[in-house]
Design a protein around this ligand. Structure first.
Ligand code: SF4
Length: 232
C-alpha cells in the first residue's frame, strides 16, 4: 500500500469511528497490532538503497497466502539501472520453477518483441505486480496485490526508469489505479509520478489471441519512439 492508500483508509476509518462512536476512538487490538506489524516490516527494508539487498530483505515474504505455495520467489531481473522497466502480472509455472520472470513461452515471445525494437532483456528491467505464483495462474486477488505492491514501488524507486511498459490489463489497471479496459489504456503515454508509462498486451495473451500482435507492434514502436526521444 502506498502513502495515498494509507491516507484514504485512515480517513475512511476515522469517518466510520466518528459516525459510530462520536468523539471516542475505538481500536480493535488486532488492527493496532497489524498496523505496528506493517510499519515494522516495512521499516526493515524501506531505507535500503540497493536492489540486491532489497531482494535479500524480502525473499522469504509470507505476507499473503501465495508465499506458502510458491516454489520460488520471483523478484525481477535485468539491468538494475535500466531506462525501461517492464511490468507484468505474476509468475507462471516456469517462472515459479526458475525464480525468474518471463522465462516460459510468453518470455520467449517477449524476447522477440524486444528484439524487434533493438532491445534485449539485459538492457531493461523486468518485474511483476506480484512475486509469487497464484494457483492455476488465476488473476491475483486485490488483497494479494495490495500486500505485494509496496515491493514493486520500492523496485521502481531503486531502478528509477524513465519509461514503464505495462504488460497486460492487471499491471496497467494496478499502476494507473483504474478499471478502464486495456484497449482504452493502450496507444497513449500516461504519466506515472513523473515517469512515462505505456500499456500493451501481455505476451501470454498474444499466444492465445495472435490478432493482438498488430496492436502490440504499434505499442512497442511507441515505446521505442519515446525511448529515443528521452535520450536526446
Ligand atoms: S505475493 Fe508478494 S506479498 Fe504475497 S507472499 Fe509473495 S512476495 Fe509476499
Amino acid at each position: 500500500m502506498n502513502f495515498e492508500e494509507y491516507q484514504h483508509r485512515i480517513e475512511q476509518f476515522l469517518k466510520n469511528e466518528i459516525e459510530l462512536y462520536g468523539d471516542e476512538l475505538v481500536l480493535p487490538r488486532d488492527a493496532v497490532q497489524a498496523l505496528f506489524d506493517v510499519h515494522e516490516s516495512q521499516a526493515d527494508w524501506q531505507s535500503i538503497g540497493d536492489l540486491a539487498q532489497f531482494h535479500s530483505a524480502i525473499k522469504d515474504c509470507l505476507k499473503c497466502p501465495l508465499g506458502g505455495n510458491r516454489i520460488k520467489f520471483v523478484f525481477g531481473s535485468g539491468n538494475p539501472a535500466a531506462e525501461i522497466m517492464l511490468i507484468g502480472e505474476a509468475p507462471g509455472a516456469d517462472e515459479d520453477r526458475q525464480g525468474l520472470p518471463f522465462v516460459g513461452k510468453a518470455g520467449q515471445l517477449l524476447d522477440k518483441i524486444l528484439a524487434a525494437i533493438q532491445l534485449d532483456r539485459n538492457e531493461v528491467y523486468i518485474g511483476n505486480i506480484i512475486k509469487c505464483r497464484p494457483p492455476q495462474n488465476r488473476d491475483p486477488l486485490p488483497q494479494e496485490i495490495e500486500a505485494c505492491l509496496p515491493y514493486l514501488h520500492k523496485q521502481i524507486e531503486l531502478v528509477d526508469p524513465t519509461i514503464i511498459l505495462c504488460l497486460g490489463r492487471i499491471a496497467a489497471q494496478t499502476l494507473l489505479r483504474t478499471t478502464e479496459s486495456l484497449g482504452r489504456l493502450r496507444s497513449k503515454v500516461h504519466d506515472y509520478f513523473g515517469r512515462k508509462l505505456i500499456v500493451t498486451y501481455h505476451p501470454a495473451a498474444l499466444l492465445r489471441y495472435p490478432q493482438y500482435k498488430r496492436d502490440t507492434w504499434e505499442d512497442v514502436q511507441l515505446l521505442q519512439r519515446i525511448y529515443i526521444e528521452s535520450k536526446k
